[in-house]
Design a protein. Structure first.
Length: 191
């Protein structure tokens, strides 16, 4: 359902994804078959099956949504219980062909209106008296579908190769706005 969103067939280039699929008449695409069968070298797609994912390193864990398959829609009458992978994204640092190198930055999600791209705002400790504003910079970053990002969330982004005309960073970690995990806004507390 969420996997095929374009006219072209989206697939992971390192995974052979045409064996053992069932045709889902409700959604009109091929879905994962019985994951207990084996064909060729690897297992069938599904939970713990043929889905390419990697660790980006630098202490960042691969999200569970990037590794495991989601449950079926439940609306169709098929023989499958899972379908292979929640998304296909060639620009994802966990399931795509993008490597993280260079700078690791932190900021706040300022805008999440674009398709798979957010604007990260980084405030500097420099107040400009003339404009009565704090100096800042906006950085566009690609966000993988395995993350759910809203405006106000704190994100950690890593530099990668140019993904488009303006995007050169990828989201590696999302810290929701209300949570205190990840250090929060203050680095220390006065006792």
């Amino acid at each position: 359902m969420a996997e095929q969103t374009e006219k072209a067939f989206l697939k992971q280039p390192k995974v052979f994804a045409s064996l053992g699929y069932d045709y889902c008449a409700h959604w009109g695409y091929w879905t994962g078959g019985d994951s207990s069968k084996k064909s060729g070298k690897g297992k069938m797609p599904g939970k713990g099956g043929n889905r390419f994912w990697k660790s980006v390193g630098l202490g960042f864990k691969t999200p569970r949504e990037a590794i495991e398959a989601e449950d079926c829609c439940g609306l169709c009458i098929c023989l499958h219980t899972t379908w292979p992978g929640a998304y296909i994204d060639k620009k994802c640092p966990f399931t795509g062909s993008v490597s993280i190198r260079g700078r690791i930055l932190a900021g706040t999600c300022h805008s999440a209106k674009m398709n798979r791209t957010i604007i990260v705002r980084r405030n500097y400790l420099h107040y400009v008296k003339k404009y009565q504003r704090q100096r800042h910079s906006n950085i566009p970053a690609h966000v993988s579908p395995c993350f759910r990002v809203k405006e106000g969330d704190h994100v950690i982004i890593g530099q990668c190769r140019p993904l488009s005309k303006t995007v050169r960073f990828n989201v590696l970690k999302v810290i929701p706005a209300g949570s205190t995990g990840g250090g929060g806004k203050k680095g220390f507390t006065a006792a």
